[in-house]
Design a protein around this ligand. Structure first.
Ligand code: GCW
Length: 719
């Protein structure tokens, strides 16, 4: 009997252990006890209790976060204090807290959302103070303080002053109302429309917490390929329920608006922005939205792009359309984010030139609450693109950045790609727009042209998978996006370091090993997918896997052959004066960097030039040999990533370890597939051999061409 009981107990505790396996749900907000005993002891002497005066929804979430976080990390019963004591953590604004008001803190040095964390003597006692001008500011400061503990930083003599460089820091969800997610690889949408407003999923709160922890302050909840149903009363009430959850976390809700809504919903005959009934319909609709969501942020609009309706249907301009919506939103302080992702099959010019051609002439004609949202590159979220020429071309109208966190073209749900280096490359690029040193970051943070309306958006990679983003490393892209939106000077290395520590472990060898994998991962992917400036050679429609041979899609500029232009002479898209002259859209200094094939940085070579197969590269190899070498090095680097990952076994939760290990094996197969398919296909033009010494393709070109992926994720469902 006793034996049986023991066995049952063992089984029970094992099952609890199993339940407690790390499943990624907590993201980077894990507050487990700090395992470094010396550090733990030090922290315990430095923080003893929390003094947070006042009551409000935001103060409530701050209290909860600090109490839970510190109790967990320090394994103590961390409590609220009635008054200042030795080693208090004092949190507040001069309005919410008498203790803060009594200190002379340099709060004029920080912006609305910024915060200070300083070590101070308060009433003769040593304390840590988290102060800000607003409650949202102290919320950000509190998360920052917890992150210091999570990453084992010293908290003695703190003197941190931090303000966000960009005003609107948003996630754009491409979530459809039927809960499919366009280009989503992490399950269904987290918005359970059919259960709202009655059922508030815990995920909504944790989503808001996670976003607030990295400074994200807005969310566009629906796909830019928008469905007007969301604008009906029934659904606006559901959206309002989400907004109510997000509000204490400083997060505003925005909606993607469909330009034809006055026709589809309002039963009007037209959606012409100059028509009085149309203007009136939008004004009433906007007023209605604000009755449900008083702090509604505004609209994101995809118009006259990929089949979406827009002002051009009525021979009006993008500015006409945006301004009509802006007028409706202005009385409520709402904004319009008007996307510049436009291109037309009928327009005979290079697709990468079209957004600039359509928007540049209207610089300065947009209302003051309109911001033009531009993708990072002129094509479409490729593994590598030069920065979009609209950054630096438009001065009078503010321009915001759109990055894509979901990995539509970057290996989708199976590949480990840390995107911070990609984002940094674009943000740090010099546009020379107002002279040397006018980086893309300076343009979107408003400093280059003195704009106060500034923004940055990341197309969300979140779904309802337990770990939110599917691939365990995909969370790092959400994290790094938020951090860069707050401060674009943070380095890829710093962000990876912090994220690894908070998400997995502070073990120094684990951190350095994992960081190595992350930091090299983007370049590795470029090498096995689209080296030397190749682009858009992915599978038809779903964009999964290689398909450089595709030439049958409805529009020329959806086909890979349009982009690589391989022929018997060479490969690449000529974008100098000898070709489409897309380079003319950049400043003369930028043009100079790229226009000469001999000096063009090789990572952009085939983006800007059609280059002969036997051209001598800087490596001394012919273009063909260099291209092949790049594809081979990409595969080899994935194999190194696998080995490196195997070396950390035992240092993190085994389920997570195995999860990543299996995905890396999938990634290796996909990298080999990319390499073989692309090289076999390009070889039909170059007619040049692969070196005998290398691993030869295990299938022929026809095999690769025959592969079909009817049910590839992220591609199905209507909205
Ligand atoms: O990259 C393309 C995607 C579309 C997307 C579009 C856009 C939402 O393939 O799925 O549509 O960009 O950004 O509007």
């Amino acid at each position: 009997m006793k034996k049986k009981l023991c066995l049952l107990l063992v089984l029970f505790s094992l099952s609890i252990y199993h339940l407690k396996a790390e499943d990624g749900y907590r993201l980077w907000l894990r507050y487990d006890k700090i395992s470094d005993r010396a550090l733990l002891a030090t922290y315990k002497t430095q923080i003893s209790g929390l003094l947070i005066e006042g009551k409000s929804p935001t103060l409530g979430v701050i209290k909860d976060e600090l109490v839970n976080g510190i109790s967990g990390l320090l394994d103590i019963k961390f409590n609220l204090l009635g008054s200042t004591q030795e080693h208090s953590l004092i949190v507040g604004t001069p309005v919410t807290s008498k203790a803060i008001a009594a200190l002379s803190l340099p709060l004029d040095k920080i912006s609305t959302d910024g915060f200070l964390i300083t070590t101070q003597k308060v009433a003769g006692k040593n304390c840590i103070v988290i102060a800000a001008n607003t409650e949202t500011g102290i919320l950000y400061g509190s998360f920052h303080f917890l992150q210091l503990l999570q990453t084992h930083k010293s908290i003695s003599q703190l003197n941190i002053i931090s303000s966000p460089k960009i005003q609107y820091r948003l996630l754009d969800h491409w979530d459809n109302m039927n809960r499919t997610v366009e280009r989503g690889y992490a399950g269904f949408s987290i918005w359970k429309w059919h259960l709202l407003p009655g059922y508030i999923d815990q995920r909504y709160k944790d989503y808001a917490r996670a976003n607030a922890s990295i400074g994200i302050n807005g969310t566009v909840v629906n796909n830019v390929n928008a469905n007007v149903q969301l604008f009906t009363k029934d659904y606006l009430i559901k959206v309002a329920a989400l907004a109510d959850v997000f509000r204490p976390y400083g997060i505003k809700v925005f909606l993607s608006a469909k330009f034809s809504a006055p026709i589809e919903l309002g039963k009007l005959k037209t959606a012409d922005p100059f028509d009085e009934t149309v203007k009136d319909w939008w004004k009433k609709k906007v007023d209605e939205i604000y009755t449900y969501i008083p702090d509604f942020g505004g609209f994101l609009v995809k118009a006259n792009s990929e089949g979406q309706p827009g002002p051009q249907n009525y021979k009006r301009t993008h500015a006409d359309g945006a301004n009509m919506l802006a007028d409706a939103l202005a009385p409520h302080n709402g904004i319009v984010m008007w996307r510049a992702f436009v291109y037309s099959n009928e327009t005979p010019t290079d697709r990468t030139k079209q957004a600039y051609d359509e928007f540049k002439p209207f610089d300065g004609t947009f209302k003051s609450n309109v911001i033009v949202q531009v993708k990072n590159g002129p094509l479409d979220f490729q593994p590598r693109e030069p920065f979009h020429p609209l950054f630096g071309a438009i001065h009078k109208t503010p321009v915001m950045m759109e990055f894509q966190l979901t990995q539509e073209y970057l290996g989708q749900g199976t590949q480990l790609v840390y995107e911070a280096p990609l984002m940094k490359e674009v943000l740090d690029a010099d546009t020379y727009a107002n002279g040397k040193g006018t980086t893309v970051a300076n343009i979107i943070d408003g400093t280059a042209d003195h704009h106060s309306l500034t923004g940055i958006a990341g197309v969300s990679n979140i779904g309802d998978e337990r770990n939110w983003c599917g691939h365990p490393f995909a969370q790092s892209n959400w994290y790094a996006f938020g951090k860069l939106a707050w401060d674009h000077t943070e380095s890829s290395d710093e962000m990876a370091d912090d994220w690894i520590r908070m998400t997995f472990s502070n073990d120094p060898s684990f951190v350095s090993t994992t960081k190595k994998i992350m930091l090299g991962s983007r370049e590795t992917m470029v090498h096995y997918m689209t080296p030397l400036g190749l682009h858009h050679i992915m599978g038809d429609g779903h964009h999964y896997g290689p398909s450089p041979w595709s030439d049958r899609l409805g529009r020329a500029d959806w086909n890979p052959v349009y982009y690589h232009r391989a022929d018997s002479i060479g490969i690449g898209f000529e974008r100098t004066t000898k070709g489409s002259n897309a380079l003319e859209q950049y400043s003369p200094e930028v043009r100079k960097i790229y226009e000469d094939v001999a000096t063009c940085p090789e990572e952009y070579l085939l983006w800007f030039h059609h280059v002969p197969w036997n051209y001598t590269m800087r490596s001394g190899k012919t273009l063909w040999d260099d291209l092949s070498a790049k594809y081979y090095s990409g595969v080899n680097d994935v194999r190194s990533m696998q080995q490196t990952w195997n070396s950390i076994k035992g240092k993190i939760d085994n389920e997570q370890f195995e999860h990543v290990k299996m995905l890396l094996a999938v990634q290796e197969k996909e990298a080999v597939w990319w390499r073989n398919a692309c090289l076999l296909y390009f070889q039909t033009f170059s007619k040049m051999p692969l070196p005998k010494s290398v691993e030869q393709p295990d299938h022929n070109l026809d095999y690769y061409k025959s592969l079909r992926f009817q049910f590839a994720p992220g591609n199905g469902g209507n909205n």
